[in-house]
Structures are given as structure tokens and as C-alpha cells.
Design a protein. Structure first.
Length: 64
């Protein structure tokens, strides 16, 4: 039986905090910022993954 492969897209986007929770970066903050509202640009830049989704994400990314 071959090894399970981790999801490359999830690997690049999800990080683990010091306390073991999973975080990800919010989108829409790279370019075309001039026309976006201040509120839109200043929303939380990183967000914790909701605990209900954590189990599914851990299956995608086996090395986190």
C-alpha cells in the first residue's frame, strides 16, 4: 500500500501556533489595495482555524 500524500495546497497555507492551534492567512491583501476600503484591508490578517474543521485539515496535512 502506498504512503498517504499530504495536500500540497494546504501545506503552504496552514501553520501551527505555539499552543498547537492551526492558523491561516486571510485573502485579498496582496495587490489592488488602493480601491479596497480601510476596513477590508485591516480585518484580521491571520485567523485561527475553527475547531470543527481542525480534524479534517489534519487529515489533509499529515506533517502539521
Amino acid at each position: 500500500m502506498p504512503k498517504m500524500k499530504s495536500h500540497s495546497g494546504a501545506k503552504k497555507r496552514i501553520r501551527r501556533t505555539g499552543s498547537g492551534k492551526l492558523t491561516f492567512r486571510r485573502n485579498s491583501r496582496n495587490h489592488l489595495l488602493q480601491q479596497k476600503s480601510r476596513r477590508q484591508k485591516r480585518l484580521k490578517r491571520t485567523q485561527l482555524l475553527h475547531p470543527t474543521n481542525e480534524r479534517a485539515i489534519r487529515h489533509l496535512v499529515t506533517n502539521i
